[in-house]
Each structure stands twice: as structure tokens, then as C-alpha cells.
Design a protein around this ligand. Structure first.
Ligand code: SF4
Ligand code: SF4
Length: 473
């Protein structure tokens, strides 16, 4: 039976509650007054329930959809302004004991396998720092023998220690397989930022059908965030892999997951990612119920309305033009210049020790270098941000949310975006782009809402222009 506070995933993602919400929504969507009520509530940044999200997903006429997109734009602008936080994934190991049917790293694929040595990792980090990155998302397949938790912890240490010229990785987020409370505690002690784990699909029969290996334990996987919270990690990131099952089901269930974390631990997810299934080595791509662009855009807008204070992440799985549309209606973070193979940034030889060619986890849609992405963002009026300040200032979990909900976070996000963008210009940009970027910074810094913060921001900016680094709010 549905119980939002239960620690049992079969109760907080109760199948009947999901199906009932979708069935009711098909009737409710016919009532214009009810749609108007939901949109009005969303416009006030009050967030929405999973039942209300289910209704928005049933909208199919362009006029109402456009109204929803307009409100999503307004919320995005009001809470996040123009800043877009950038990061890159870093693959440590492609060893995997699971056989997830949608993934190029599945164990039945006879691809080359490799785990980065610490020296190779340092080369990767130097390559990422040379692109300007400050925030990474560590990725690794599940394999306790070849890639144990101690290896992950050692890698985190290596990354934080590797500082090359003015480069530094200041925040390491981690996306590794569901693990124990004890291991989550170790990750917390290693000073990770967010722990991210995609649910893949919330629909249990589909989940069981697509997985074999330890990951096939639906409850262990779905309750991972509960254990992460118990291990002291209060910034967690959820997401389902769109294209494995019906998008209505996935979105309503994902909202129920967010509601559960809020109800049980007092903090909802810090981020929600929206990966969409892509072709990969050895994958029968066309057999999956892929989500069309129009439907996916609706999902993103509905979620922006539902969780106004949660960071939303778009990856290089999406093509350039579509990323632009998604940024407008909701996404606040994006990956840039991503490589989804082991050792790809330093252009490691992708034939492993046994002479077998390695393959990426999946085939990307956006192949641009970060410098191109940054210029593209600025041309479109956005402020690229390498900010990593909140968790380093202790603003995580229930210390972060009140700032976000009161709108005060704008006094942090905007100056931090501008200061980290100035660092980028100084350290990595060509002369022409420096001029363009500085003009943007000089204009935007005057928009910091709080007068005192503005004065400090101007002081920090001058100090960064004189060579100091890592000044933040
Ligand atoms: Fe392994 Fe993760 Fe790929 Fe599954 S999705 S095969 S666990 S790397
Ligand atoms: Fe994110 Fe905090 Fe930086 Fe804003 S100030 S971009 S919320 S880390």
C-alpha cells in the first residue's frame, strides 16, 4: 500500500498509486478549470504533487502546452536567472558484472575493459582542468573485485589533489552502483558533492526484465538514496532513463521518489537528471519504447513546474538545438565536452592490455568541446558557471533548501557564476572571447540583488582579475 514515508520501495513507489494517478489524470485533464488551478499553483513556485504532474503529462493541445512552457520559462528565470552550471563526467572503469540490456558496458559485450591507474587518472584530470572544468561526475561500472570502494576513494583523493596551473577540481560528484550505508559514509568522508544514481526504470517488471547480476535487486537499487541519507549524504540526485518504459509512469514514480525523500528525510533530491536512451554497442535500440522530443519536452517542463528548487540536468545525450529548447524551459545544469569512455579526455589508447578495443558506454549526440559550448551559451544570453560553492560552504541538504525556497540563493548563484566565469576567461579563453565575456560580467554583476553582496562581489572580481582564485560566496 502507498506510504510516502515508508522505507520500503514497494510502498513509496507503490505501483497501484502510480497507475491510479495516471488513470485519474486522463479524466481530470478534460477539466479546464483544474488545469488552470494547477498552472496557477505552479506559477507561484509552490511545487506540484505527483498527481498534478500526472495531469500535466496528459495535456496534448499546443495552446495549453505553450502556456505550460511559458510558466516553466518564468520559473526558470525567477529561481535560476541566466546561470547554467557546467560539469563533465569522468569514467574510471568499465568493468561491470551486470548485464543491463540498454548499456554498452554490459558484461556480455566482448569489449576491452580497463580501469584507470592513478597516473592515468591524473592525466585525465589535467586534461579536464585544461578545458576549465571544476566539477566532475565520477562514473564506474559495478564490479567489487576490479573496482572496489577503496579504489573509488583513492581516485577521489587523487582528483582533489591534482592541481595543474590554475586548474582545480573543486567538487567531485559520484555515480556508482547502489551500495551499503557504510560505503556511503566513506564517500561522505571523502568529501563528495552529490551522490547520483539513476533508477533506470521505476516499473518493477520492466526493471526485472532488463537486468541481471546484483543490480537486478529492485529494492536494493530503489532504496539506495535512503541508505545514502543514512550514511550522511544529504545531497542526492535521482533520474530515470527515459526510453525504457512509458514516460508517464516513469515521471509520476520519479516524483513519488522525490516526495518520499522529502517526507522521510526532510530534503528532496538536490538534482534530477533526464537521460534519454541512446544507441550503444550490442544494444537492440529499436526494441525500446523511445520517448519522442515533443513528449520529452513536456516531461521536462512539467518537472520544472513540480520541483522549482531542484537542479535539473541535461547531458550531451541531447543534440545541440534540442538542448537549447530544454535549457529555456527548465534545465539548470549541463555537461560539456563529455567523453563516455575510460581515459578519453587524455586520449588514452582505447585498445586495452589484452588487445581488445574498448567502446563508449553509449554514443553521444553533442560532441562539442567545452569552449564551444561556453561561447554558445554566452551568445544565447546565459552565464556559464563553474560554481561549486554550496557544499564547500556547508550549504547542503536542509541548510540549502531554505535559501533556495526563499529566493536568497540568487545572491550566491549569480556572483559565484560571474566569478568562476571570470576565472575561466583569465585562464582559458582567447582574447576576443575575453572581451565579450568581461562585458557580460560587468553588466551582470550590477544585478546581484543584495547591495552588500554586490559590493563584495565587485571586490572579489577585481581580486580575481589581479590573479587571486577561488573567491566565493
Ligand atoms: Fe554496468 Fe551500469 Fe552499464 Fe548496468 S548501466 S551494465 S551497471 S555500467
Ligand atoms: Fe549551485 Fe550553490 Fe553555486 Fe548556486 S551557489 S550554483 S546552488 S553551488
Amino acid at each position: 500500500m502507498y506510504n510516502v514515508k515508508s522505507r520500503d520501495s514497494n510502498e513509496f513507489i507503490d505501483d497501484i498509486e502510480v497507475l491510479l494517478s495516471i488513470a485519474e489524470a486522463k479524466e481530470i485533464v478534460k477539466q479546464k478549470t483544474e488545469i488552470d488551478r494547477i498552472l496557477t499553483k505552479a506559477r507561484e513556485c509552490k511545487g506540484l504533487s505527483h498527481k498534478e504532474v500526472a495531469v500535466l503529462l496528459e495535456i496534448d493541445d499546443d495552446e495549453t502546452l505553450n502556456k505550460m512552457y511559458q510558466i516553466a520559462r518564468e520559473i526558470k528565470e525567477k529561481i535560476y536567472g541566466k546561470r547554467i552550471v557546467l560539469f563533465a563526467p569522468l569514467y574510471l572503469s568499465n568493468y561491470c558484472v551486470n548485464n543491463c540490456q540498454y548499456c554498452g558496458y554490459k558484461c556480455s559485450n566482448k569489449i576491452g575493459r580497463h580501469k584507470l591507474t592513478q597516473e592515468e587518472l591524473r592525466e585525465e584530470v589535467r586534461a579536464l582542468e585544461a578545458m576549465g572544468h571544476k566539477r566532475l561526475l565520477l562514473e564506474a561500472g559495478e564490479d567489487d573485485k576490479n573496482c572496489p570502494i577503496d579504489y573509488i576513494l583513492e581516485c577521489i583523493q587523487t582528483i582533489y589533489n591534482e592541481q595543474f596551473d590554475n586548474g582545480a577540481i573543486r567538487r567531485v560528484n559520484v555515480d556508482i552502483a547502489a551500495t551499503t550505508v557504510e560505503n556511503y559514509r566513506k564517500l561522505k568522508d571523502a568529501k563528495i558533492g552529490t551522490y547520483i544514481l539513476f533508477q533506470e526504470t521505476y516499473h518493477k517488471p520492466t526493471y526485472l526484465g532488463l537486468h541481471s547480476g546484483p543490480k537486478r535487486n529492485y529494492e536494493w537499487h530503489t532504496e539506495a538514496m535512503d541508505r545514502a541519507m543514512q550514511g550522511g549524504i544529504d545531497d542526492v540526485g535521482i533520474g530515470s532513463l527515459y526510453g525504457l518504459y512509458d514516460y508517464h509512469y516513469e515521471t509520476v514514480a520519479m516524483m513519488m521518489h522525490a516526495e518520499h525523500l522529502e517526507a522521510a528525510y526532510g530534503v528532496g533530491p538536490h538534482t534530477i537528471s533526464f537521460p534519454r536512451l541512446l544507441p550503444a554497442e550490442g544494444i537492440d535500440y529499436d526494441r525500446f519504447p523511445l520517448v519522442k522530443d515533443r513528449d520529452f519536452k513536456k516531461v521536462v517542463a512539467a518537472m520544472r513546474l513540480a520541483v522549482p528548487y531542484t537542479g535539473m540536468i541535461v547531458s550531451t545525450r541531447e543534440g545541440i538545438d534540442f538542448r537549447k529548447e530544454l535549457l529555456e524551459i527548465g534545465m539548470s545544469q549541463m555537461s560539456a565536452g563529455s567523453c563516455v569512455g575510460v581515459g578519453g579526455y587524455a586520449e588514452r589508447e582505447i585498445v586495452n592490455e589484452t588487445g581488445v578495443e574498448e567502446k563508449p558506454q553509449f554514443y553521444l549526440a553533442d560532441h562539442r568541446k567545452p569552449a564551444e559550448v561556453i561561447k554558445w551559451l554566452v551568445r544565447d544570453g546565459y552565464i556559464p558557471s563553474y560554481c561549486t560553492a554550496c557544499y564547500r560552504q556547508g550549504r547542503t541538504g536542509d541548510r540549502f533548501m531554505p535559501l533556495a525556497k526563499s529566493g536568497q540563493i540568487g545572491n550566491y548563484c549569480l556572483p559565484n557564476a560571474l566569478l568562476t566565469f571570470e576565472e575561466y576567461l583569465q585562464d582559458y579563453a582567447d582574447d576576443e572571447f575575453q572581451d565579450i565575456g568581461r562585458k557580460l560580467i560587468d553588466d551582470e554583476i550590477l544585478n546581484v540583488p543584495d547591495e552588500k553582496q554586490k559590493v563584495t562581489a565587485l571586490d572579489y572580481l577585481n581580486r580575481i582579475r589581479s590573479g587571486e582564485r577561488d573567491l566565493r560566496f
